[in-house]
Ligand binder design. Structure first.
Ligand SMILES: NC(=O)c1ccc[n+]([C@@H]2O[C@H](COP(=O)([O-])OP(=O)(O)OC[C@H]3O[C@@H](n4cnc5c(N)ncnc54)[C@H](O)[C@@H]3O)[C@@H](O)[C@H]2O)c1
Length: 320
């Protein structure tokens, strides 16, 4: 039995505790930001409002406090939104041990100082203290994992043996783990698929969407290689796998549908999705200035069209 800490009590953090508990570990779920959510879960017999089920009784749930890092952990998983990564980076500077940290968060950030796009693990590692980081990505709807529906994801670390030792702790019959040493590729793919699922959602019919799907893969290959990831990663769980699940359903493809119908992003957000976080749109706003300026737009015309539409709040005009 190991001690596992999961930071972020949203849908994914809570769902991730389920395979960990099934492997008989002692699991603590802590929330660094939305304290109201912790109160809500604890007051309703651990009923999680997004997963729509009661979390296991043996799961410990609490607010994040710096005291938490005084305890000895065998694994810390981070499952907060990309917007909160900087907050966690600061807190992790206080961590004394070299405990393995697994980053579930998907996203990219434009770092003003270095004028480059950085991944979530690079952002976490940009402090003084270098952390023992691995990343876990792939096609995983939190609600399905929480119901133990068969799911496969990939853990990446430059040292695959480290990734495998984490996989051993968390894999179950229904939560299968693949391994990769292409950390950059896995992180880039898992982020940009949110943008491509929006573009696929904008297709006027399944024929158009399929055609956009094929072109999206070519562009993902180009971008992944541009950011020094491996082409093969695009065809794996973090790329093609995750693109499939995001394009079939979810908030990004829904927003894409509205964009495809001629709404501007701001109008669609306000009218139909005011309470939803659209990760693909957040990412588009974050990376648009860099991508539109630094990358040959002809090589990534779908991405270019979408970034222009979101960042300039104009109607989407896909030259598919
Ligand atoms: N790796 C995987 O298998 C996998 C699967 C699904 C989702 N995800 C990723 O996990 C992350 C969380 O997804 P989710 O579905 O749980 O989202 P969610 O909206 O249900 O939960 C978001 C979490 O982030 C926290 N948060 C939000 N804003 C914050 C801020 N400003 N500062 C600090 N914390 C903040 C919330 O309090 C909550 O804990 C996303 O990046 C998502 O892409 C990963």
């Amino acid at each position: 039995m190991k001690n596992i800490l999961v930071i972020g009590s949203g849908a994914m953090g809570a769902a991730f505790t389920i395979p960990c508990l099934d492997n008989n570990h002692k699991v603590t779920l802590c929330e660094p930001y939305n304290y109201g959510l912790v109160k809500k879960i604890l007051s309703k017999k651990k009923f999680h409002p997004s997963l729509k089920l009661n979390l296991p009784k043996k799961l410990v749930i609490k607010k994040f406090s710096q005291e938490i890092f005084k305890k000895k952990w065998d694994l810390i998983a981070i499952a907060i939104s990309s917007i909160g990564i900087d907050l966690i980076r600061e807190k992790l500077q206080q961590l004394k041990s070299n405990c393995p940290i697994l980053v579930l968060t998907k996203g990219l950030k434009y770092e003003k100082k270095s004028k480059r796009i950085i991944t979530m693990s690079e952002q976490l590692n940009s402090g003084n203290r270098k952390l023992n980081l691995s990343v876990l990505k792939g096609p995983c709807l939190a609600k399905e994992l929480a119901k133990k529906i068969n799911t496969s994801v990939v853990i990446a670390n430059k040292n695959v043996n480290t990734a495998k030792s984490i996989g051993k702790l968390i894999s179950t019959k229904y939560y299968k783990i693949e391994y990769s040493n292409d950390v950059r590729g896995v992180e880039i793919c898992s982020a940009i698929k949110n943008i491509y699922s929006m573009i696929i959602g904008a297709g006027e019919g399944l024929n158009t969407s399929s055609s956009i799907f094929r072109k999206s893969i070519s562009e993902m290959v180009y971008l992944t290689k541009f950011f020094k990831g491996k082409e093969e990663t695009v065809y794996g769980l973090a790329g093609l796998g995750d693109l499939y699940v995001s394009a079939l359903g979810g908030r990004n493809s829904k927003m894409g549908e509205y964009l495809g119908k001629g709404f501007t992003f701001k109008k669609a957000k306000k009218k139909f999705m005011s309470k939803d976080t659209i990760e693909g749109a957040q990412l588009a706003l974050e990376i648009a200035p860099y991508i539109l300026k630094k990358i040959n737009n002809k090589k990534i015309s779908l991405m270019t069209d979408l970034l222009k539409a979101i960042s300039k709040n104009k109607k989407l005009n896909i030259k598919w």
